[in-house]
Design a binder for this molecule. Structure first.
Ligand code: MG
Length: 389
């Protein structure tokens, strides 16, 4: 094990992304031993301003609704933890999975999907707004920490994982600026690295479980209702069989015992199914992976069960009147902020106020805000308070 490698790279599977064979950074930089290039990307992400803001950004619930709900930061940490567990079991590159997981939501607006929808509507005639693209924009351009370049100058593989979705129109625009960049796969239909595929699966795994937890905590859904969802019922029954006393006082411990089993079983399913797919396909190297179908996946049975759970969460939680009521207010906050800054650019910091493309600068400025800063700014600029914080 070479000291400069930082981790035991000889344990990597032949199809894993090897930091010694990275496609590199857009601007060349000397190596930084003892860290390898993907550890270094992870560190740049953790030290970024956008990463610290995730602590005050909504996942499903608006940040001030309660201190115990997930935020984008705790969500990202859970994604990283699940992704690393699977990466280690599959001999994939843990550092790369961690870097992608920690960065995957950096472009999220305040107020979760409500904020994203509102900003998308505001930007409709100005090139649109898409949170995956914005995450890439944060690490490529908006972070201002280096003397020699904008952004964090991350490796191709990290940027490829961050750009999880992209429309063909946006892909074409990105490619015009960067031929062979991470947008290429959206035009030629290829896959990203196994580590990117894994971070993506860990994302879904994490939010299915923690949205149940937050949903029950908020009182909007109940453990009894969740009993209709086979994936949940299976592991609730297993928890009750092992701890019959939980039936007498079903509460948070029953919920946690259920979620723990559910997550663990899904993680195992993901590792076993992916290992079998890899053993069957035996890609020659990390590049061969990109020309194959997705190989990091759940079994068909597990996938079907997750779909049922997602459907339940969609109607029972994400579309719950109490959630949609606060998201409607959040949309108003974002739309009114957008109008206010366009009319009075000088209300923004100089870097944004003097940008050549004002609508894009306004979108960048708003997208970077935490929930509470957006509410403060909205009150300052309109004199109205839409939430009692
Ligand atoms: Mg996510």
């Amino acid at each position: 094990m070479a000291l400069s490698a930082g981790v035991n790279l000889s344990a990597l599977a032949p199809w894993a992304s090897d930091p010694r064979r990275t496609r590199g950074r857009r601007l060349h930089e000397p190596l930084a031993p003892p860290r390898n290039e993907h550890q270094r990307d992870r560190d740049r992400i953790v030290h970024s301003t956008a990463f610290r803001r995730l602590v005050y950004k909504t996942q499903v619930f608006i940040n001030h609704e309660g201190d115990l709900f997930r935020t984008r930061l705790t969500h990202s940490l859970e994604v990283a933890q699940l992704g690393r567990s699977a990466a280690r079991a599959l001999n994939l590159n843990e550092d790369l999975v961690e870097a992608i997981a920690l960065a995957h939501d950096l472009g999220h607006t305040p107020f979760g999907h409500a904020g994203q929808d509102a900003l998308q509507a505001c930007m409709q005639d100005h090139g649109g707004f898409e949170h995956n693209l914005q995450s890439l924009r944060v690490v490529d351009r908006l972070e201002a920490r280096y003397a020699a370049f904008d952004g964090l100058n991350l490796c191709f593989e990290t940027r490829e994982g961050i750009l999880k979705h992209c429309s063909r129109t946006n892909a074409a625009l990105l490619l015009a600026a960067e031929p062979d960049g991470p947008a290429q796969r959206f035009l030629d239909g290829t896959q990203p690295s196994l580590e990117a595929q894994l971070a993506n699966q860990a994302d879904g795994l994490a939010y299915n479980a923690h949205d149940i937890d937050d949903g029950v905590r908020s009182g909007l859904i109940t453990v009894e209702q969740l009993g209709e969802v086979p994936l949940f019922a299976q592991w609730r029954d297993a928890a009750l069989a092992e701890h019959p006393s939980l039936a007498e006082r079903p509460g948070r411990r029953l919920l946690f015992e259920t979620l723990r089993r559910m997550l663990s079983a899904q993680l195992e399913d993901l590792v076993v199914t992916s290992a079998a797919a890899l053993a069957e396909q035996r890609p020659a190297d990390a590049d061969a992976v990109r020309r194959l179908p997705p190989l990091v996946r759940f079994s068909a049975v597990q996938h079907a069960r997750q779909t049922e759970l997602k459907r339940f969460l969609f109607t029972g939680l994400y579309r719950h009147p109490s959630v949609t009521q606060s998201t409607a207010l959040a949309r108003t906050v974002v739309a009114e902020l957008f109008a206010a800054y366009r009319a009075r650019a000088a209300e923004m910091p100089a870097d944004y106020a003097q940008a050549a493309d004002l609508p894009r600068a306004v979108a960048d400025y708003i997208a970077g805000m935490t929930d509470r800063f957006a509410l403060r700014e909205h009150h300052r600029l309109t004199g109205r308070r839409l939430f009692d914080a």
